[in-house]
Design a protein around this ligand. Structure first.
Ligand code: SAH
Length: 193
């Protein structure tokens, strides 16, 4: 069973790469007008890449990290499986709604527009909601302190240290338009939180 859970997570992981690739490729040619990434955010992005890309792949592909395995009841791993489809759908939808405005870091693109429709009508950070579901799924499906928990820890840190700064950047760029958007939406879960 353990291997089936791991394979399922890795298939999901490959799907997220396939979802992101065309957006990343297209947006390369879309100039960055303001780069607001500070040194802290650059380190946090590198840490998230380690926790969400390098370490899970290393755990899956080699036996090197097996000495830090943990063992969860199958029911919990099944719950992890259930998180992946909504994570994938939200991940795709947030990329497609943001379109040319998407960046991995805190950046304002050339002709950046404020997106407040599609999934952004309900929440301000659907991509982060998707990634929260993803890293919780990672911890439940890759049962290893290094390859599994690293996603939750590294993304958690990035989220809590970045979300407020990202919103401040959007307020300085879009002023009252973003303030009104903030009043109408929740951060991660519609109507709740
Ligand atoms: N926090 C958002 C977007 C993540 S991508 C989410 O979780 O869905 C990060 C970049 O998207 C930011 O650097 C910013 O430039 C851009 N961005 C964030 N919210 C936006 C919005 N509502 N409209 C347009 N661009 C946005």
């Amino acid at each position: 069973m353990r291997f089936a859970f791991e394979i399922s997570f890795m298939v999901f992981w490959i799907i997220t790469c396939i979802i992101r690739y065309p957006f990343a490729k297209r947006n390369k040619s879309n100039q960055i007008e303001k780069d607001k990434k500070d040194t802290q955010e650059k380190w946090l992005l590198a840490l998230a890449a380690l926790g969400m890309i390098l370490l899970p792949v290393l755990y899956f592909a080699t036996p090197w990290l097996d000495f830090t395995n943990y063992y969860l009841p199958n029911a919990l791993a099944f719950m992890g499986l259930l998180l992946l489809p909504p994570a994938g759908i939200l991940f795709y939808k947030s990329h497609s709604d943001l379109g040319r405005n998407w960046s991995a870091g805190s950046e304002i693109r050339d002709k950046h527009t404020l997106v407040s429709s599609g999934i952004y009508k309900y929440i301000r950070h659907p991509m982060y909601t998707a990634i929260w579901l993803w890293v919780i799924g990672q911890a439940l499906l890759l049962q290893n302190y290094i390859g599994g928990l690293s996603g939750l820890l590294s993304f958690g840190l990035l989220y809590f240290l970045r979300v407020q700064k990202e919103e401040q950047m959007m307020v300085s760029q879009f002023g009252n338009q973003y303030v009104a958007f903030k009043q109408k939406t929740k951060r991660l879960i519609p109507y709740l939180f």
